[in-house]
Design a protein around this ligand. Structure first.
Ligand SMILES: [Zn+2]
Length: 94
């Protein structure tokens, strides 16, 4: 049996199975892609939980994780896209 792949949530710092986490990657327009497991580039992982996204946002985790400024990143838009990803996963009700 394959050993589960573990990643750390950048919000709460808990270690979880990668498949349960939402992957965030930088996109070329200076924003991020949400829950795009196959997107190229450095990824940051979050629990499928809005409080973890908020913690990561307020600690300015994303520019550090991707080692670049993210001028296209807006908190409200990111929350909305993260929420939509959680709905797609069935984590929260639509
Ligand atoms: Zn978390």
């Amino acid at each position: 049996m394959a050993r589960p792949v573990l990643r750390t949530c950048v919000g709460c710092r808990r270690i979880r199975e990668q498949r349960t986490l939402v992957r965030i990657t930088a996109d070329p327009s200076g924003g991020v892609r949400v829950d795009a497991p196959k997107a190229p580039g450095r990824g940051a992982y979050l629990c499928a939980s809005l409080p973890c996204l908020e913690k990561a946002w307020h600690r300015r985790v994303f520019p550090r994780a991707f080692r670049r400024a993210l001028p296209g990143l807006d908190e409200a838009a990111l929350r909305e896209r993260f929420g939509a990803a959680l709905q797609r996963r069935g984590v929260i009700a639509a």
